[in-house]
Design a protein around this ligand. Sequence first.
Ligand code: MBD
Ligand code: FE
Length: 281
Amino acid sequence: MTTAHDEATAAASGASATERFKSDKLLGVENTPPERVSALAREVLEAVHSTIRKHKVTYDEYNALKAWLISVGEDGEWPLFLDVWVEHVVEEVATEHREGNKGTIEGPYYVPDAPEQGSNGAVPMRENEPGTPLTWNGKVTSTDGSALAGAKVELWHADADGFYSQFAPNLPEWNLRGSFTTDAEGNFEIRTVRPAPYQIPTDGACGKLIAAAGWHAWRPAHLHVKVSAPGHELLTAQLYFPGDEHNDDDIASAVKPELMLDPKPVSGGEAIDYSFVLDPA
Ligand code: MBD
Ligand code: FE
């Protein structure tokens, strides 16, 4: 019998993530002044130059870097590389003014337009979807405390084997991806299953770096969300489970104490309560 695990490859999930990340993203910076482009490019290059001087980087190492950078692209792993090792600082800078909910990185596996489930429902899942059933109750409010009716809560996460639909083979298209809308009081109830910790692909360029550096490839188990409402800033976040051995050494540096869940055992699974506070735009 083949499982998703047997056939999941870095190149396949990387190609999907790269395909998703369309080049229309360049439109957002069309008007960046050349002075800013120059400063950013020059200072990144200066950081590289000083690292080379400090460590007396050799030609063998320089050539290995060149070959490795080429393979990141061939494996489609630029989204993975950037989201694991760079995005957390971009997120920190982008959201430091917020008074509402803490967020964290989006990562490479978001897909827009997941099936609508109303204010109370289950994410699409397989019959007998593996994993502990989770019932999640929450509310979306503005920073002034007012309830946000009609707010959108998009949820996506890995399954109990650590695989994301649309990025690993043999999973239904929208498995464990759903879009919810808060009721008149701003409340929602979502039913899903507990995801497994996630190991980033070890057979591609990012995995090679991790092995060569003696790092590990793990992220703690997490639920991804995007929460949005008219007149408010989009919140992108992830929620984590207490006790996960990688909460303290997430390869993607994306865990924050404010994003920790407090699951309570209930008959047939676990219940979680987590609400969101959005900043006015
Ligand atoms: C993930 O599931 C993820 O959330 C991040 C940030 C990087 C790689 C895989
Ligand atoms: Fe993830």
